[in-house]
Design a binder for this molecule. Structure first.
Ligand SMILES: Cc1ncc(COP(=O)(O)O)c(C=O)c1O
Length: 381
């Protein structure tokens, strides 16, 4: 099975774009879009039958299918629209006390940083960001930096499974063990986890894990989940309280008012899509392609990726040649330049005083996509 350009037709990409940003919003296979369309049709032809009879059954089936993929107990999985909503649910459900701290890292996703500020801040709890160096010095360094930030006042440790801009895969097994040894609850922000790295929710032992299906699991946008360990299920609520209040995690999350449920209902089709190809085969392709692409770009640009291959999943941030100030504004200008002049869709971030291009590798990509980026030039600012 040869991936690459031959697989682009399974998706609905516009012609001519080197699409190197699966990470931000995923890409949905046609077969999954068809499943969504099928469910939308069911919703429209008889809305009452859809919401009162079809949805409860199909949602339970979708949850069972997702739980099997994540090796989780379905009763611990609540469907949410996105990882941000899942993180908000956890943060809103914790009983904060004045003087508590939430420890996270300098790689935290900004929306989640804001959610911590909002929910914990309301009760007088504060945010502490452990400064995890980037380029990364490796797992031991990360664990040591996070450990140094923990104190008896730490009420929650929140770590990314894979960080957004730096694409660093955090050693969550070690970080969970660290938190558990100190009796500190831990929330893993796995927005990029499922589909990119093995996620075994029974084995990893986090208190809560939030994950997107619409990034690396080929799910429709708006399909995500929050998982809670058994001891936290009764106290985890969606930020929107509705009919299911007090009736258990799944009932509370299944109904937060009338909304389009089709992204979750189409999840089994997305899971079948990757199962038929084989998650191991997808991973092997994406990792090998990423390694080749990074080496090619590093050679052309004379710079380096921020993390060693052992700390990468299907994404890597590569430092851009210095052509001006490393500001967020310059990052946007560089992105727009690459898109407008070369048809390259790649995110550019300012981090730690440098600009980084974060490339993604997915089954529809091939080395030519990255050659375009390697050969691009840009004006000095
Ligand atoms: C680490 C991390 N957390 C949270 C999010 C937010 O995901 P969503 O927009 O699906 O809520 C992202 C998105 O890229 C992310 O990378």
């Amino acid at each position: 099975m040869t991936f690459g350009a031959a697989w682009r037709d399974r998706f609905r990409f516009e012609a001519g774009i080197a699409y190197l940003n699966h990470g931000s919003f995923g890409a949905v296979p046609r077969v999954v879009l068809d499943a969504v369309a099928g469910w939308r049709e069911r919703m429209e032809v008889e809305p009452v039958r859809h919401f009162s009879r079809e949805v409860p059954v199909a949602l339970a089936q979708a949850r069972t299918a997702l739980a099997a993929r994540l090796n989780a107990d379905p009763d611990g999985i609540g469907f949410v629209e996105n990882a941000t909503a899942g993180a908000n649910a956890v943060l809103a459900s914790i009983e904060w006390r004045p003087g508590d701290t939430v420890v996270t890292t300098s790689h935290v996703y900004n929306a989640v940083r804001n959610a911590i500020r909002h929910w914990a801040g309301r009760a007088g709890a504060t945010l502490v960001e452990a400064d995890v160096p980037f380029p990364s010095g490796g797992e031991d360094e990360i664990v040591a930096v996070v450990e140094a930030a923990l104190t008896p006042r730490t009420r929650l440790l929140l770590v990314d499974h894979i960080a957004s801009s730096t694409a660093l895969v955090f050693p969550i097994g070690r970080l969970i063990a660290l938190a558990r040894a100190r009796g500190i609850p831990i929330l893993v922000d796995g927005a990029h986890g499922p589909g990119m790295v093995d996620v075994d929710l029974r084995a990893i032992g986090a208190d809560w894990y939030v994950g997107n299906c619409h990034k690396w699991l080929f799910g429709p946008r708006g399909s995500a989940f929050v998982y809670a360990a058994p001891e936290h299920r009764a106290s985890l609520h969606p930020p929107v309280i509705s009919h299911g209040y007090g009736q258990g995690l799944t009932r509370e999350f299944d109904w937060v008012g009338t909304r389009d449920m089709t992204p979750w209902l189409a999840l089994p089709t997305a899971l079948d899509f990757s199962a038929e190809i084989g998650p191991q085969r997808i991973a092997a392709h994406n990792r090998a392609l990423l390694a080749e692409a990074v080496a090619l770009i590093e050679r052309r640009w004379g710079t380096q990726a921020g993390v060693a291959p052992s700390q990468r999943g299907f994404m890597a941030a590569i430092q851009m040649p210095r052509t001006g100030a490393a500001t967020p504004e310059r990052a946007i200008a560089m992105h727009d330049h690459l898109f407008d002049h070369y048809g390259i869709e790649v995110p550019v971030f300012a981090f730690g005083g440098a600009l980084w291009a974060r490339i993604s590798a997915q089954i529809y990509n091939e080395l030519d996509d990255y050659r375009r980026l390697a050969d691009a030039t840009w004006p000095a600012s």
